[in-house]
Ligand binder design. Structure first.
Ligand code: 5GP
Ligand code: MN
Length: 339
């Protein structure tokens, strides 16, 4: 099965003339790592491709982007429409359904290109794709992609044959999706890390770029959220924070500044569910994290119009922002009755 899929992917790449690599809305380290990792792999074998992001890439991940062939919605909308319409191969990475690309979902659904999915979320929408690589027993899409790329005939299982750029991208996605090795770490995750370090990926430089290059505003925002904003609900082993548009202005909020904040409350003894709500003009972004056996993807599906993984999920709310605290308290009360 695996060999057959690898051969098929290789054939699609060989035949592909115009290849588009698609990331998800609000691209995170795994999204940027997997798209740029695949891009770099194709470049190594003299295949051009174009990376498309349905929303902007946060500053701290920009070091992974190639100098050209990257399109971001909305500013590159016209080029994105042309690129998707002209593509004969579309590879979707780190999301399980076109809806996770928001404004690009119709373009993808209507495209006549061959479509490949490479992803680690449950319930992949397999009917939308010609070829699916889906595995939830990995840390990240980057880990799955590492397995795929090293299995390709050009690499033949020898990780040393991957380019430095590919290795660096895949390392970043794995490192960020495990929240720096604190969750979803499988035995092979560490093997992959070990192989990438052996081939020269600079973990300290990456660590510094990803987790050691925050703005002062972001640090002050974190301090404010922890000190004044966080609501602790010991009766539900839960805590949540809310980031309003007003507070975003106050702390000169830049895209991606809230990355990781949802994890903070999980460091409190006894807290097993953490939620983070970010106001935007269109809707409220919901981020959920849990410890142990609590499935926040089910919580998200039931109350927050979303989904994700067992211990890391997200969604959206369409209510006035000041109603979020009451909405969350009610939701967790209901959820805890059955879980
Ligand atoms: P984050 O909190 O980092 O934005 O998202 C955590 C995980 O939740 C993501 O990796 C993704 O699997 C999932 N997720 C986030 N937002 C949504 C959403 O709106 N819909 C669905 N189905 N999953 C989401
Ligand atoms: Mn991921």
């Amino acid at each position: 099965m695996w060999n057959k899929s690898i051969n098929l992917l290789n054939e699609m790449i060989t035949k592909g003339d115009k290849i588009a690599l698609i990331g998800h809305f609000n691209p995170d380290g795994d999204s940027v790592g997997s798209t740029t990792g695949f891009y770099n792999f194709l470049q190594q074998f003299s295949k051009d491709s174009t990376i498309i992001y349905p929303s902007g890439v946060p500053q701290f991940l920009k070091f992974l982007l190639p100098e050209q062939n990257v399109l971001e919605y909305p500013q590159d909308n016209e080029k994105i429409v042309n690129c998707i319409n002209d593509s004969d191969l579309i590879v979707c990475l780190d999301f399980n359904a076109f809806s996770r690309t928001e404004n690009l979902k119709h373009l993808l659904a209507e495209s006549k290109a061959k479509k490949v999915l490479i992803d680690h979320h449950i319930n992949p929408d397999i009917n939308s794709f010609n070829l699916v690589f889906s595995d939830t027993e990995v840390s990240s899409t980057c880990e799955l992609l590492y397995k795929i790329l090293t299995s390709m005939p050009q690499i033949g299982g020898d990780a040393d044959k991957l380019s430095f750029a590919t290795g660096q991208s895949l390392y970043v996605g794995m490192m960020t999706d495990t929240n720096n090795y604190s969750n979803s770490v499988f035995p092979f995750t560490l093997e992959m890390a070990s192989q990438l370090l052996s081939k020269g990926v600079d973990k300290d430089a990456i660590q510094n770029k990803v987790f050691g290059a925050y703005s002062v505003d972001r640090m002050r925002l974190m301090g404010y959220l922890l000190y004044e904003n966080m609501v602790y609900l010991p009766e539900y082993n839960a805590a949540f924070m809310t980031l309003s548009l007003e507070d975003q202005k106050r702390f000169n909020y830049q895209k991606g500044d809230n990355e990781g904040f949802v994890n903070l409350a999980l460091s409190i003894k006894g807290v097993t569910i953490s939620a983070f709500f970010t106001e935007s003009e269109e809707f409220i972004r919901v981020s959920l994290r849990s410890k142990g056996d609590i499935s926040v993807n089910i919580f998200s599906g039931a109350f927050f119009n979303g989904g994700g993984h067992k211990n890391a999920a997200g969604g959206k709310l369409f209510i006035p922002f000041n109603e979020v605290p009451d909405y969350f308290k009610n939701a967790i009360k209901e959820f805890k009755k059955d879980n």
